[in-house]
Design a protein around this ligand. Structure first.
Ligand SMILES: *[C@@H]1O[C@H](CO)[C@@H](O)[C@H](O)[C@H]1NC(C)=O
Ligand SMILES: *[C@@H]1O[C@H](CO)[C@@H](O)[C@H](O)[C@H]1NC(C)=O
Ligand SMILES: *[C@@H]1O[C@H](CO)[C@@H](O)[C@H](O)[C@H]1NC(C)=O
Ligand SMILES: *[C@@H]1O[C@H](CO)[C@@H](O)[C@H](O)[C@H]1NC(C)=O
Ligand SMILES: *[C@@H]1O[C@H](CO)[C@@H](O)[C@H](O)[C@H]1NC(C)=O
Ligand SMILES: *[C@@H]1O[C@H](CO)[C@@H](O)[C@H](O)[C@H]1NC(C)=O
Ligand SMILES: *[C@@H]1O[C@H](CO)[C@@H](O)[C@H](O)[C@H]1NC(C)=O
Ligand SMILES: *[C@@H]1O[C@H](CO)[C@@H](O)[C@H](O)[C@H]1NC(C)=O
Ligand SMILES: *[C@@H]1O[C@H](CO)[C@@H](O)[C@H](O)[C@H]1NC(C)=O
Ligand SMILES: *[C@@H]1O[C@H](CO)[C@@H](O)[C@H](O)[C@H]1NC(C)=O
Ligand SMILES: *[C@@H]1O[C@H](CO)[C@@H](O)[C@H](O)[C@H]1NC(C)=O
Ligand SMILES: [Cu+2]
Length: 215
């Protein structure tokens, strides 16, 4: 009795079941997140983004405006420039501290969550379809979100972008090395990493297919 009470204090149920989802950003030089979307993500889970190549961001938007930062407290990794590399599963945490990571803490799964890459140089990655979703629904699908992002490319004029669209990048860019604490799950969790519920993200690897880089 006492033992379980202690457990209840140290390890709330949500923490004990927390899953870590892994997503590569720009892997193999593509303008993609892989996987493109995750379902079944629960409050308390984390989504860890691995920046594989080029100079991408993970920036939170809305379904209605796929390529516009939600602002305020919405997530934004800032730009994470890296040399062109290919991230393979053997560098998933924390096997390669050289790869910058950005961790999104899932705190509210009552609605889908939408993300895009804010890079616009030399082309808009978002309008090229570089978008990502957590828990899309039947009514708000990933495909619809991506199509809306791509549609901006034709409707929003020929954006011969200057390098710097105002992406308040002074804010949150985290150092590459510090963010990927290898074996350290949230210290609230009393369970070892082995017991982390593993998402089905791996099953989606390779499902991205080909995204035309020029759109
Ligand atoms: C993610 O998006 C892909 C591409 O549109 C789709 O085929 C797949 O069903 C989606 N996955 C989930 C889990 O929603
Ligand atoms: C880490 O990477 C090395 C070299 O690629 C590989 O041999 C090793 O199996 C990896 N370890 C883990 C835990 O992924
Ligand atoms: C994500 O990374 C964690 C931590 O290394 C690992 O335990 C888990 O298997 C990975 N998940 C997937 C779906 O690859
Ligand atoms: C979660 O988000 C929804 C939609 O924005 C909001 O109505 C709800 O209050 C939020 N719940 C919590 C616990 O923040
Ligand atoms: C999805 O759309 C249908 C038809 O517009 C509507 O009846 C249903 O309530 C919607 N479901 C959700 C979860 O919004
Ligand atoms: C690009 O925009 C300029 C001015 O907004 C316009 O004059 C030009 O015709 C457009 N070019 C294309 C290919 O849409
Ligand atoms: C990354 O992209 C941003 C926005 O285009 C740019 O300001 C920054 O200089 C780039 N960083 C590198 C190292 O290329
Ligand atoms: C940058 O910050 C300003 C003022 O806070 C805001 O109006 C603007 O939308 C932000 N731009 C981006 C791209 O986040
Ligand atoms: C996510 O949660 C971890 C562990 O609680 C914390 O260290 C990190 O600062 C959080 N990240 C953000 C962006 O809130
Ligand atoms: C424990 O979890 C709470 C809420 O989930 C969070 O605010 C706090 O920062 C966490 N503490 C540590 C050490 O991660
Ligand atoms: C990157 O290349 C590896 C090895 O060919 C492949 O397994 C993976 O699906 C590719 N990922 C993307 C996003 O292209
Ligand atoms: Cu990008």
């Amino acid at each position: 009795m006492r033992f379980s009470t202690v457990l209840a204090i140290l390890a709330p149920a949500s923490a004990a079941l927390a899953a870590q989802w892994n997503v590569t950003v720009g892997n193999n030089g593509t303008l993609t997140y892989d996987p493109t979307n995750l379902t079944g993500v629960a409050t308390g889970d984390t989504v860890v983004f691995f920046f594989a190549a080029k100079n991408h961001t993970v920036t939170q938007s809305s379904f209605a405006a796929p390529c516009t930062w939600l602002g305020d407290t919405a997530a934004d990794s800032g730009f994470e420039p890296v040399d062109t590399t290919t991230v393979t599963t053997d560098v998933f945490p924390g096997n390669n501290s050289a790869i910058p990571t950005f961790t999104y803490n899932v705190t509210n799964t009552s609605v889908p969550l939408w993300f895009y890459c804010a890079q616009t140089n030399p082309v808009s990655h978002c309008e090229s379809g570089m978008v990502f979703a957590i828990n899309p629904t039947a009514n708000k699908t990933f495909d619809a979100f991506q199509q809306a992002a791509k549609a901006l490319n034709t409707t929003a004029s020929n954006s011969t972008g200057t390098n710097s669209t105002g992406t308040n990048s002074t804010a949150t860019a985290s150092g590459s090395s510090s963010s990927s604490s290898s074996t350290a799950p949230p210290s609230n969790s009393s369970s070892p990493a082995d017991t982390l519920r593993v998402g089905a993200a791996g099953a989606l690897l390779g499902s991205v297919g080909f995204l035309a880089l020029v759109l």
